[in-house]
Design a protein around this ligand. Structure first.
Ligand SMILES: Cc1cc2nc3c(=O)[nH]c(=O)nc-3n(C[C@H](O)[C@H](O)[C@H](O)COP(=O)(O)OP(=O)(O)OC[C@H]3O[C@@H](n4cnc5c(N)ncnc54)[C@H](O)[C@@H]3O)c2cc1C
Length: 296
């Protein structure tokens, strides 16, 4: 099917992008890497290209946090030193698992989050690390937690705003963090994606944050599982069982669909399995699954 776009405009700043969007004829669409255009016809009259809008910075903040520009490509996020240094390189590793090298070379972090697919591969680890998103209407800037950003499949709170950056807090710079993507092939989108980030004080698990992707209408935090783990001692007798129960709670919070990639039942079971595996790897403990759970 052929389609026509009125104008293809280039913005040299976020402010200019918003001005072009407002001043254009009909409905405009921001385009960063443009990889979504390869997959579906955009519902717009004109395009505002923001690849030259100066949004690609990746910096360590003076406080020890991390700022990832919305226009940073997934390849640059996978390889930049500040990202490799933050939370054990967990964000870099997640970026490395998105698509293939040609896609990662143009696809941006902002595009990944703003496309708001339940399977967006950058979401789980960023949720687990309590990222904030910074956005602007061209005049005012606002920051909000990433967990409040997604409102449904392909929907976000952005409205007529542009995403400027994703900001990671200094307090999680040393958080013990990892994520795992389960997919049919190395280049396919996620069937299930789980990220776990832990705040440990010696043998005390002060807090656990668990991000889930591809198992609900939007990427989400497994709050019940997190609450079950908060404050537990790694030496307590029932610890291995408690970790297994938390994985089960994460699976219960998922509401996966069935499609050609896998059944909802399989996806839910895999949430528990991946949670147990990641917790076990991070804590170096054998985890006891509840009796009815699938084996790790
Ligand atoms: C072959 C292939 C494989 C893929 N594999 C994966 C995968 O494994 N995992 C995965 O998660 N994704 C995958 N994708 C999807 C896609 O590549 C990613 O989601 C990518 O990060 C999108 O970034 P982009 O810059 O190309 O977005 P674009 O196509 O430029 O934009 C996507 C959407 O985000 C909006 N947008 C972009 N930037 C901003 C901004 N700064 N502010 C506001 N709105 C903005 C656009 O308006 C548009 O609606 C794949 C795509 C292809 C083609």
């Amino acid at each position: 099917m052929s389609w026509k776009i009125g104008d293809y405009l280039y913005a040299s700043s976020a402010r200019e992008a918003m001005a072009l969007l407002r001043g254009g004829n009909g409905r405009g669409l921001l385009v960063a890497g443009g990889t979504d255009l390869l997959q579906s016809r955009p519902a717009c009259d004109f395009i505002v290209d923001i690849s030259g809008a100066g949004l690609d910075e990746i910096i360590r903040t003076p406080e020890g946090g991390l700022r990832l520009g919305a226009g940073a490509t997934l390849q640059s996020i996978a390889t930049a030193d500040p990202v490799l240094d933050y939370a054990g390189g967990a964000i870099a590793a997640a970026a490395q698992r998105c698509g293939n090298r040609p896609v990662r070379s143009v696809a941006t972090l902002g595009g990944n989050l703003c496309s708001a697919l339940p399977s967006a591969d950058m979401a789980p680890v960023l949720l687990a690390l309590e990222a904030e998103v910074r956005c602007s209407d061209g005049e005012q800037e606002e920051s909000l937690p990433l967990r409040a950003f997604f409102t449904g499949p392909r929907r976000t709170v952005l409205g007529e705003r542009i995403l400027l950056s994703v900001d990671l807090p200094a307090r999680h710079a040393r958080a013990v963090t990892t994520s795992r993507k389960l997919a049919r092939t190395a280049e396919d989108i996620s069937l299930v994606h789980v990220a776990v980030s832990l705040t440990l004080e010696g043998r005390l698990l002060r807090a656990a944050r668990i991000g889930l992707g591809a198992v609900a209408p939007l990427p989400l935090r497994a709050e019940q599982a997190e609450a079950h783990l908060a404050g537990m001692s790694l030496d307590e007798r029932e610890g291995p069982r408690r970790l297994g129960e938390a994985a089960g709670l994460a699976a219960q919070q998922a509401s996966p669909i069935s499609d050609h990639r896998g059944s909802g039942e399989y996806r839910r079971a895999m949430v528990a399995v991946l949670c147990r595996r990641l917790l076990s790897e991070l804590l170096g403990m054998r985890i006891v699954p509840p009796p009815e759970s699938p084996a790790v």
